[in-house]
Design a protein around this ligand. Structure first.
Ligand code: NAP
Ligand code: F7E
Length: 330
């Protein structure tokens, strides 16, 4: 089996490459830029991935990538994925996160491989927006209403509908995973969980004295990225293309994540170490996200191995090791 992953240098790209390689796939990854700063580190960690240069905003590069990789499965993970950044760069976000999906689908169709390549589209719980919380206690599922609250969410919703359109119009195998927040030791430090675990480890090691955050009250449904990429693969083995929610079915506030992380290093009172920075507030907030993964559990047999506490501890422990290396190098 051959797989092409866009967004290979991101969090999920790394986990998915590892998973597919362990299953015997030949893995190809699309990498952008003439001198991508992540390339060298990626090649060291994933020597078995064949990198192909391309950009989801450049249709011809995608056609070439598809022709070169000849994939059985194409996982479209590429995106501008930071919600806060999308408010500052809405047009770029529309081009990459929205129209980029169309470019990928068209590349498959134009290469006349629409009948043999299965496509996975990385859709998101941000499409729900956290306002039409219409299944209290149960969470959003595949039938819930969409109400995106950011340029990122709106761009993802465009990509989601284009993916569904290509499934319905051309009979292509295009599956959408509507994934709730998933985190881990590969998470970028611009996202709140990793920002917290890194800061907690640095504070514990004496490398940093405080942490600046935005809103602490929003709630998210957090899981571990390794569990979620396994779900992506399971979706692609399903006989029919479809939409599936992956979530933990639990929701916790940013403050609860913060408390758990500090608690894990033996600091009971986090307040002296945390300051609010108004620059980190967003023009609109997604108040609460809670997902219902019943369909994926029933139809795919998907389940999580790592719970919330395990996730926080894993991330903090990883960052404590990195902090110890930084201290030793001083
Ligand atoms: P991530 O760490 O931010 O990775 C994004 C990837 O997209 C990076 O490899 C980045 O490459 C690449 N990219 C950005 N612009 C590109 C362009 N113009 N052309 C080609 N590649 C480009 O995201 P992630 O957490 O792994 O998430 C993977 C996907 O799932 C994303 O589509 C995200 O929106 C979606 N998603 C994530 C979550 C979550 O909680 N993690 C939940 C739901 C959905 P560079 O290294 O060159 O920047
Ligand atoms: O924010 C609040 C912030 O940026 C979580 C992406 O993977 O998941 C992710 O989107 C919450 C928000 O993730 C800071 O306002 C407070 O309420 O970690 P985040 P996100 O916005 O939920 C979805 C499912 C995706 O699809 C996205 O691609 O935390 N928050 N203070 C902060 N957030 C950040 N980043 N930084 C802060 O300092």
């Amino acid at each position: 089996m051959r797989a092409l992953i866009t967004g290979i240098t991101g969090q999920d790209g790394g986990h998915l490459a590892e998973l597919l390689h362990s299953k015997g796939y030949q893995v190809f990854g699309l990498i952008r830029g003439q001198n991508n700063a992540r390339r060298q580190q990626f090649e060291t960690e994933f020597p078995y991935v064949e990198l192909i240069e391309g950009d989801v905003t450049d249709p011809s590069s995608l056609v070439q990538a598809v022709e070169q990789a000849q994939p059985d499965e194409l996982y479209n993970l590429a995106a501008i994925s930071h919600v806060g950044y999308s408010f500052k760069n809405p047009s770029l976000t529309a081009d990459v996160t929205g129209k980029g999906v169309l470019n990928v689908l068209e590349a498959v169709r134009m290469a006349h491989m629409g009948d043999r390549i299965k496509v996975y589209q990385a859709s998101t719980s941000e499409m729900f927006g956290g306002l039409d919380y219409n299944r209290p206690g149960r969470g959003y599922n595949e039938q819930s209403l969409f109400h995106p609250r950011s340029p990122y969410g709106a761009a993802k919703l465009y990509g989601h509908w284009m993916a569904r359109n290509y499934r319905e119009s051309y009979g292509m195998y295009v599956t959408c995973g509507i994934l709730f927040n998933h985190e881990g030791e590969r998470r970028g430090a611009e996202f709140v969980t990793r920002k917290i675990t890194k800061a907690v480890a640095h504070i514990k090691a004496g490398l940093q004295d405080h942490l600046e955050l935005g809103d602490l009250w929003p709630k998210r449904d957090w899981g571990y990225a390794g569990d979620y990429v396994r779900g992506m693969w399971q979706m692609m083995q399903h006989p029919e293309p479809d939409d599936f929610v992956l979530a933990s079915g639990e929701t916790r506030s940013v403050q609860q994540f913060l408390e758990s992380a500090f608690e894990h290093v033996g600091i009971d009172d986090w307040r002296p170490f945390v300051r609010q920075n108004p620059a980190l507030l967003r023009p609109a907030q997604v108040d609460i996200l809670l997902g219902d993964p019943a369909k994926a559990e029933d139809q795919l047999g998907w389940s999580r191995e790592i719970d919330f506490t395990g996730l926080v501890q894993r991330m903090v422990d990883h960052d404590l090791k990195l902090a110890a290396v930084a201290v030793a190098a001083r």
